[in-house]
Design a protein around this ligand. Structure first.
Ligand SMILES: Cc1ncc(COP(=O)(O)O)c(C=O)c1O
Length: 317
């Protein structure tokens, strides 16, 4: 999806015009990928109201990623500050629906691998971003690249550096005519897509790789597990052999960008049910909450009240 300039970018506490939202080439992040980020969405409900989906959880995971990259003690913002800065950025741009990309990174200071003497900077930009993998079932390949183990890199952190194998997987998959690639763990078990978690349905049971399978702890992953259990569906988070990818009744990706995307083909094997009944049920439940206005999901999931979007001249509750 092509980037389209918006009015402003939030940079280190200020709203900066799009064209002035730049960083210096000497910044540590340019040389050593010293960044962490997140990506959430603000939706417009069927009745016109804007709603942020699990934005506080995105801010919290961002700070957790800073802890895992030894930036948290130098970060001048709390989870609350980041959450409010996200809202301020949406409001200042007046763009709903939107995808929100906060990035925390090591800026301009010293050259060299040691980054503690470089400042911890932050920006937030938003974009009008449609469905990440398109509207038809995804065609995926199993990659020859493995997701590293968390004793090499913390795979539960959302760091820029963690996306190196992912970029290779995704680029090669699209060059070969697929939409996305799935990585296995270093032990050869199912891990996740380059930008999504993965779920499989077998005989009515929902499976997803556990958090020790080199996956990112996706906020949509957690949402889907919660919604499935609410619907009475048995969910198993466990180590998963790659055979499940080819022989499950339903397979789907989850992510804040990808939402819930059914998978129709793995390498050369079509998936029997695309989208299957359980995928459809969970998707309906998710969009029931997003579209509202009467269903809310878990406490704290939705940002909708209190007039924070009043300058957009939209109804608030
Ligand atoms: C590697 C990876 N796994 C999983 C996810 C899903 O995470 P979330 O649901 O928090 O968007 C993403 C999303 O960006 C991702 O990049």
């Amino acid at each position: 999806m092509q980037i389209v300039p918006t009015k402003v970018v939030w940079m280190d506490g200020k709203l900066v015009p799009w064209d002035q939202a730049t960083i210096h080439v000497a910044s540590h992040v340019i040389h050593y990928a010293s960044s962490v980020f997140s990506g959430g969405r603000c939706y417009r409900r069927a009745n016109g109201d804007p709603v942020g989906f699990r934005l506080y959880d995105h801010a919290k995971r961002l700070v957790d990623s800073c802890k895992l990259t030894l930036m948290a003690d130098q970060l001048p913002y709390s989870v609350d500050d980041i959450y409010h800065a996200i809202i301020q950025t949406i409001e200042a741009n007046g763009l709903v629906p939107c995808y929100i990309r906060p990035v925390i990174y090591r800026g301009y200071g010293e050259l060299g691998v040691m980054s503690r003497n470089c400042p911890v900077n932050m920006f937030i930009l938003i974009q009008d971003w449609g469905s990440y993998l398109g509207d038809r079932p995804a065609r995926v390949m199993v990659s020859s690249r493995r997701r590293p183990r968390s004793d090499s890199m913390f795979m539960g952190a959302k760091t820029g550096a963690n996306y190196q194998p992912g970029q290779y997987m995704k680029n090669l998959a699209t060059m070969l005519g697929f939409d996305e690639a799935i990585a296995l763990t270093e032990d050869g078990l199912v891990s996740e897509g380059s930008g999504e978690n993965i779920f499989m349905v077998r005989d009515g049971v929902l499976y997803t790789p556990d958090l020790a399978s080199s996956v990112l702890g996706g906020i949509m992953r957690d949402t889907v597990i919660t919604l499935a259990r609410d619907l009475g569906i048995e969910v198993r988070e466990q180590r998963i052999p790659p055979e499940f990818l080819y022989t499950s009744d339903e397979v789907f990706f989850t992510g804040s960008a990808a939402e819930i995307t059914p998978i129709g083909l793995v390498d050369t094997t079509p998936i029997d049910q695309t989208p299957g009944n359980i995928t459809t049920l969970i998707r309906r439940s998710l969009f029931g909450i997003i579209n509202g206005p009467d269903v809310e999901g878990q406490p704290g999931w939705m940002t909708r009240h209190g007039g924070w979007l009043t300058s957009l001249n939209l109804a608030t509750e």
